[in-house]
Design a protein around this ligand. Structure first.
Ligand code: ZN
Ligand code: FE
Length: 264
């Protein structure tokens, strides 16, 4: 909290930075220049370095699901820092297990997030939304979505519909840099989507400059991401052609294009 002259109190600005880890994971770090909250630390070494180079105090860890590339760094971080872990129970032994609808006051930061349960990639997967930001782990990727390791197409489709219903200016922070590969597939499904081609140009330029393609606005994802567009005729027709039989809009279309992407 920064107290300025006079009666007005201005809240410290919260910044969100990407810490690249493992092959293509991002650990998202929310910080106010003093305290940091991390999302999905898959390894500890680069994060320990990042925290100390900025002189930040680890205030909390948020976990979206139990996969090793999202939780593998927790033990190493807790060996050096005393911080609570918020997440689903399985595989992580969180200090506070979370459930759909929980509102979490982020320790150290003047901010809160709401938990959204999003089964599909795994059954325990949760997302965190607050202050116009969505931390969606492996549920939603830019122009793609997570593989269905545990949930059904119906579960994942419902989870994605919940995320898609958030305000269009929500900034989406995915856990992997998969954007260009996802766009290549999305253009197979929807070659005439001008917004998607524009997103491809932008993503290519960002990657060439060594920058993340994230965050991205939810409005752009609704325009570009085939997995959020299963109600559109263009996607349904492509899915029907791929399946070799007519499929209905919504879950059926989602199931066909998710399986189609798995074949690639
Ligand atoms: Zn995962
Ligand atoms: Fe992952």
């Amino acid at each position: 909290m920064i107290v300025r002259d006079g009666p007005q109190v201005t809240q410290a600005m919260i910044e969100v930075e990407a810490i690249p880890t493992l092959r293509d994971n991002y650990v998202w770090a929310l910080h106010d220049g003093n305290h940091a909250v991390l999302v999905d630390p898959g390894e500890s070494a680069p994060i320990v370095t990042w925290l100390s180079s900025r002189g930040l105090h680890l205030a909390a860890i948020l976990v979206t699901h139990h996969h090793a590339d999202h939780v593998g760094g927790i033990a190493g971080l807790l060996a050096r820092h005393d911080a609570p872990v918020f997440g689903p129970t399985r595989g992580t032994a969180p200090s506070r297990s979370v459930a759909d609808g929980d509102i979490l006051e982020l320790p150290g930061l003047d901010a809160s997030v709401t938990v959204i349960s999003t089964p599909g990639h795994t059954l325990d997967h949760v997302c965190y939304v607050g202050e116009g930001r969505l931390f969606c782990g492996d549920t939603l990727f830019s122009c793609g979505c997570g593989r269905l390791f545990e949930g059904s197409p119906a579960q994942m489709h419902a989870s994605l519909e919940r995320l898609a219903a958030l305000p269009g200016d929500t900034r989406v922070y995915c856990a992997h840099e998969y954007t260009l590969a996802n766009i290549a597939f999305a253009l197979e499904v929807e070659p005439d989507n001008a917004a998607l081609r524009e997103r491809r140009r932008e993503a290519l330029a960002l990657r060439k400059a060594g920058l993340p393609t994230l965050p991205v606005s939810l409005a752009r994802e609704r325009d570009c991401n085939p997995f959020l567009r299963c109600g559109e005729a263009s996607i349904r027709v492509a899915a029907s052609q791929h399946a070799g039989c007519p499929v209905t809009a919504g879950v059926e279309t989602f199931a066909v294009i998710r399986a189609w992407k798995d074949e690639e």
